[in-house]
Design a binder for this molecule. Structure first.
Ligand code: GLA
Length: 393
């Protein structure tokens, strides 16, 4: 049974009637522009074909109570407008982590002046959880469009993304940028997305014809990602703060060129210096990557991905031995164009650009050699760039 049918029939099983709507919101993989979104740089993500699916209806009870079942966690929560303020269900129990995403969307909608209506919902996702493919953003965006559907609101996708980012930052408590929610909301089939995180202007760029995206999951548990993520973000903020004393007017690291960084880097503590160097160089890399897509120079794009991985390993320090291993193996395989860790790191996935005719051979060899080197069986996903979140017919 497809995940979509499973979610639909589970709704019927739990609530004893058919849902009025179904929504789908994809995960994402980022090709280039890592840890630059909250520094107002450029990102190049792709919405993938793994997604979160929700079946939902306006709740028919008179009370302001939403009932949400997670099929993946095999749990349900019941919350009200009032209880979510305290991150509680209606009985006063703390919401489990998975429920913070739907509850956070409800909360963020209220903060933005909307009155989300109570819903009954059942959902499941085939975006691997905690693997750096934005499973949480896909849940958030799916619920954002669900509440928009029952409220009959006509949000544009970027509005959804901003509401979901607000939920993640101020309800879930991860100080993320806009990239993941943007990609899930705004994805375009067969396209790489290019977003300028400073003015939120974005466009789609066709994926070159004979190029495939192969995602490889190291299947290592990501630990401390949220706390380390917030630390990296504050190190960047400290960099801006210290540099703004000598470079008046800078608001984010986007405003710092490589030359300016080289001139003033000695003013920064060593760790901050490394973080800032990654960000200013990565911003430059994404500029170059955009040009290489325009000129169809895919080898140059692949080389920029390689440089990005080294920078994330040595300067931003978010890689692991398994991620490094997987990238090193990929570099020697037939069909290889570029490979690097993707997303926040600390475990999770690598993203590989591969010549399409060799992609299966590439994926098989990568899996074989990784298991030999680490003893861990990886997961390989041959993904396609997909459309962003939508209500299903
Ligand atoms: C996570 C965050 C994003 C982004 C990436 C790193 O996925 O949610 O906003 O910062 O890490 O590029």
């Amino acid at each position: 049974m497809s995940i979509r049918d499973f979610v639909y029939s589970s709704f019927n099983k739990y609530f004893q009637y058919n849902p009025s709507f179904m929504a789908k919101a994809p995960g994402r993989v980022n090709l280039l522009g890592e840890y630059v979104d909250f520094n107002n740089g450029f990102v190049l993500p792709v919405a993938i074909d793994q997604a979160t699916y929700i079946a939902f209806s306006l709740s028919s009870n008179e009370k302001d109570v939403s009932t949400i079942y997670s099929l993946d966690f095999n749990q349900k929560v019941i919350f009200s407008c009032n209880s979510i303020t305290y991150r509680h269900d209606i009985l006063g129990n703390e919401l489990p982590q998975w429920a913070l995403y739907p509850a956070g969307i409800f909360w963020a909608l209220k903060k933005s002046g909307f009155t989300p209506l109570p819903i009954n919902a059942v959902y499941a996702s085939n975006v691997p959880n905690g693997a750096g493919l934005s499973s949480s953003a896909s849940v958030e965006i799916a619920f954002a469009i669900a509440w928009a559907a029952v409220g009959n609101w006509n949000f544009n996708p970027m509005q959804n993304a901003l509401i979901a980012q607000n939920a993640e930052n101020h309800y879930v408590g991860v100080n993320c940028g806009i990239m993941d929610q943007f990609a899930s909301a705004c994805g375009i089939k067969d396209n790489i997305l290019f977003l300028d995180c400073q003015n939120l202007e974005w466009k789609g760029l066709s994926i070159p014809k004979d190029i495939s995206i192969v995602i490889a999951n190291t299947n290592t548990h990501r630990s401390l990602t949220d706390s380390q993520y917030n630390i990296r973000r504050s190190e960047c903020d400290l960099g801006v703060n210290l540099l703004s004393r000598v470079i008046p007017g800078i608001k984010t690291l986007r405003d710092v060129s490589i030359d300016t960084f080289e001139t003033y880097k000695s003013l920064l503590p060593e760790v901050v210096q490394k973080r800032v160097k990654h960000v200013v160089e990565e911003t430059e890399r994404t500029r170059k990557a955009l040009k290489s897509l325009h000129t169809n120079n895919i080898d140059e794009f692949g080389d920029l991905m390689k440089q990005c991985h080294h920078s994330l390993k040595d300067l931003f320090e978010v890689s692991t031995s398994q991620l490094d291993n997987m990238v090193e193996i990929a570099e020697k395989l037939p069909g290889y164009v570029g490979a690097r860790l993707t997303g926040a790191g600390f475990g999770g996935c690598t993203v590989n650009l591969v010549h399409s005719e060799a992609s299966e051979e590439f994926g098989n060899a990568l899996a074989d050699q990784y298991v030999k080197a680490t003893g861990i069986v990886p997961s390989i996903y041959y993904t396609k760039a997909s459309d962003g979140a939508r209500i299903l017919d």
